[in-house]
Design a protein around this ligand. Structure first.
Ligand code: NOJ
Length: 782
């Protein structure tokens, strides 16, 4: 069904609603609650900045004046600047823009460059339609925040929103009014390099983060000059690339798609995201860039998305190597028909779309819909009124203090304390200022570039304060003994030996090891081995062999499989790639000026053989109680269970896990109702538990709520996250944490792929991570 004029979408929605109502009343229905509109993936979009009738009128009027070629021009996007994909495109942009053949450019590097192109578009092209400038602003523009996986590990949507707002201000000051972010792909496989760009493995947390980014980027109004259009990506299934190999095929049932992979996209769209990007992967046999089921049926017809859908870099042209298009003409036809409005870089629309329309292979209506989607965003951004950027607003000198402060806070909250065993009478962390000498060792201890992480926008190494600099500021350079111990990928015997000697002379050792941001994390950086690169593990083992207390700081875009380290090193911190304030943030947390409070948003595997590993898995018919290898199966009852013979089932660290410097006591979870009715439209219960800080240090704790439904029509995960709260507790303080739960928490996608509350047995855990606690129980009856 053709789709996209707003009037039409309203009519269609009305017809669908009437038909569904007729069907619902005509058929004998079990007494099951339809989940309310907000959760049922249908209905009007409350926050969309693109459903303004005044804008629609202007779009109509402009469309009437456009030639076929000018319409196609609005759908062509090219990269001008350092490429972020295999180089392709068409370089004669000035004359193309003048002829109205370009709708958008991206990868430009300044407001000045943007203005130069914009002058051509609005002064020389026949209809004066402004260009839309885009960029991959993934975790900041110039103020570089922790990578998105780390930002999600804060479990703090408010700080993520602030970071996105700063990114919007800096991007817009450089002429960029469209950011290709947030990436909301669920990722269950740390081999996939792009796990670093998302919020991890959980759809609930992923949805919260998706909304926070969209709010931050788009602000109160898209037409605010400091707002930028968000682009949720990659639609859909990209994170499920087989073998974790980038761009690879994904096979996901419709049930799992709806339950796990789609919710963060839906959340971002409901928050008003102005655009969406399709993904490279094939999904269930059909490339996602030519997939009408996801791009039209779900996105437009079910969700009513009024925004702009852009392909990924050359993904329209890639329909040829995928094997579903003989040439780029067929590729263009299939992509546009499936629902892609704008062709990023592949030039297929530019070359073939006009002919496809003339020959009737692509309908005029579909072409107009696509053009409307582009124009609507340009109008909503206010580009027609004010297409240029004031070049004096771009930051040239030092970053403003308030932005640096947000970067530091975000980094502090993103670190996950994985291990903190006693060294002597007390845990090794926090360090005390009385420590006499610290050996600072490792290739990342004084490395500014890698702290920025992959996809660092226009981040600059000179803005980074490294761990070495911050540590010297904290305790004085005279207390620090530094040895690099080699590079990330190589080291000489002499460098390792020097590091060991340096370690021997210190009271405590801080070891800064990890991945190289650009080549080992991010796009096109999938890894088949998840160990420390180069000779870093050898360095670690030799330094640890000195017997001095070691704190291992891991900088990476993913969990790394380091069983030796987790067994032998007393303290380990997952520091991710923390951004410009890497050093100060780490020093504050290491010395206890700020409590460690991040928690894992991905399950941390013991070995790559366990991958994919995720907490919200389905049970099997043969779940083992204990997969501890010291208790091998004794009989056939214990043998024929779902387990490995050579590794435990459990991850090294579960989803939601993270230690603090204190100890916390969770009470039993309590729920205020024992019985609920599936037919109750306002189904509601409240789960609560008290959390007490038993230690003598203040903590920031992320209290998590998990749900399991059994007795349902479809099998449900052994646990799924349904809420969380970040709380602060002084020593000895106790707080009751409550979670009101509505239909969404009790619902599941049924056999007809409808979201419903069914009669079921419900278990609820309020716990510090996804593996602990005893559940409260309740029944949902008909
Ligand atoms: C390819 C990536 O998949 C996408 O995330 C990015 O936005 C585009 N390149 C543009 O750089």
């Amino acid at each position: 069904m053709p789709w996209n004029s707003c009037q039409r979408c309203h009519k269609l929605l009305a017809i669908v609603a009437i038909l569904s109502a007729l069907v619902i009343f005509a058929l004998p229905q079990p007494a099951l609650a339809q989940v309310p509109e907000a959760a049922s993936r249908s209905g009007a979009l409350p926050h969309s900045p693109l459903t303004d009738p005044a804008i629609e009128k202007r779009v109509d009027a402009l469309l009437k004046q456009m030639t076929l070629e000018e319409k196609v021009g609005q759908l062509a996007q090219y990269s001008s600047g350092a490429p972020t994909g295999p180089s392709a495109g068409n370089a004669d942009y000035p004359s193309m823009i003048e002829r109205g053949e370009v709708g958008s450019l991206f990868n430009l590097d300044s407001a000045r460059a943007a203005n130069q192109y914009q002058h051509i578009a609005v002064e020389k092209s026949r209809l004066h339609i402004p260009l839309l400038f885009g960029l991959d602003v993934i975790h900041g523009f110039r103020t570089t925040f922790p990578v998105p996986l780390a930002l999600a590990s804060t479990w703090d949507p408010a700080i993520v929103e602030k970071a996105a707002r700063i990114a919007a201000q800096e991007s817009s000051a450089a002429g960029v009014r469209w950011v290709f972010s947030p990436m909301v792909d669920i990722a269950r496989d740390p081999r996939w390099g792009r796990i670093v760009e998302g919020a991890g493995e959980d759809p609930f947390l992923g949805s919260v983060m998706a909304r926070a980014y969209v709010r931050g980027y788009q602000g109160k109004s898209l037409s605010d000059k400091e707002s930028v259009a968000a682009c949720i990506k990659h639609f859909v299934g990209y994170g499920a690339a087989e073998g974790g190999r980038d761009y690879n095929t994904a096979e996901i049932s419709e049930h799992t798609l709806r339950e796990i992979y789609l919710p963060p996209f839906y959340a971002g769209i409901r928050e008003g995201s102005a655009s969406l990007m399709s993904s490279f992967n094939t999904l269930n046999g059909l490339p996602a860039t030519a997939n009408p089921f996801t791009l039209t049926q779900i996105l437009r017809n079910e969700w009513g998305f009024p925004g702009l859908v852009v392909s990924d870099w050359t993904s329209v042209g890639e329909l040829v190597p995928h094997g579903i298009a003989r040439d780029k003409a067929v590729a263009a036809q299939k992509a546009v028909t499936a629902g892609i409005d704008m062709d990023m870089v592949s030039d297929s629309y530019h070359q073939h779309l006009a002919d496809l329309v003339k020959s009737g292979k692509v309908s005029q209506t579909r072409l107009d819909e696509a053009v409307r989607d582009v124009l609507r965003v340009k109008f909503a951004l206010g580009l027609f009124e004010d297409p240029f950027t004031d070049e004096s607003h771009e930051i040239q000198g030092a970053l403003p203090k308030e932005r640096v402060e947000v970067a530091r806070l975000a980094a502090e909250r993103s670190f996950v304390l994985l291990k903190n065993s006693p060294a002597g009478s007390r845990p090794i962390l926090p360090l005390t200022s009385e420590v006499r000498t610290i050996a600072l060792i490792g290739p990342l201890a004084d490395d500014a570039r890698n702290m920025l992480g992959p996809w660092a926008g226009r981040g600059r190494p000179e803005d980074v304060v490294t761990l070495k600099t911050a540590l010297e500021q904290k305790v004085g350079a005279n207390k620090i003994r530094f040895a690099k111990g080699g590079e990330l990928q190589t080291a000489s015997d002499a460098e390792i030996q020097k590091a060991v000697e340096t370690a021997q002379k210190a009271d405590v050792i801080l070891l800064a090891l990890g991945e190289e941001a650009d080549t080992q994390s991010g796009e096109a950086a999938s890894r088949a081995y998840l160990n420390l690169p180069g000779r870093q593990e050898e360095l670690l083992e030799k330094v640890a062999a000195t017997g001095k207390p070691v704190v291992l700081l891991l900088f990476s875009g993913r969990p790394l499989t380091l069983p030796w380290a987790f067994e032998h090193v007393p303290a380990v911190v997952a520091a991710w790639f923390p951004g410009i304030q890497a050093g100060p943030a780490l020093v504050r947390v290491l010395f206890g000026d700020e409590p460690p409070s991040g928690k894992l948003v991905v399950s941390w595997p013991r070995t790559i053989g366990q991958i994919p590993i995720y907490y919200n898995a389905l049970n099997t018919g043969r779940p083992p109680e204990n997969t501890d290898l010291t208790h091998p199966p004794q009989n056939s009852v214990e043998k024929y269970l779902s387990r490995y013979i050579d590794e435990q089932n459990s991850p090294q660290f579960p989803f939601g896990f993270g230690l603090s410097y204190s100890s916390l006591e969770y009470s039993q979870t309590h729920v205020d109702s024992a019985k609920l009715h599936a037919s109750d439209k306002d189904i509601q219960a409240t789960a609560s538990a008290s959390v007490r800080n038993e230690g003598n240090r203040a903590v920031d704790e992320i209290v998590q709520l998990y749900v399991r439904l059994t007795g349902t029509s479809m099998e449900e995960p052994v646990r799924k996250l349904a809420g969380f709260k970040r709380i602060s507790l002084a020593p000895g303080e106790s707080r009751t944490v409550s979670f009101p739960l509505g239909a969404e928490a009790f619902s599941l996608w049924d056999m007809q792929n409808k979201l419903r509350v069914e009669p079921s047995h419900v278990q609820l855990w309020i716990s510090p991570d996804s593996s602990r606690g005893l559940p409260a129980e309740l029944e949902i009856v008909e």
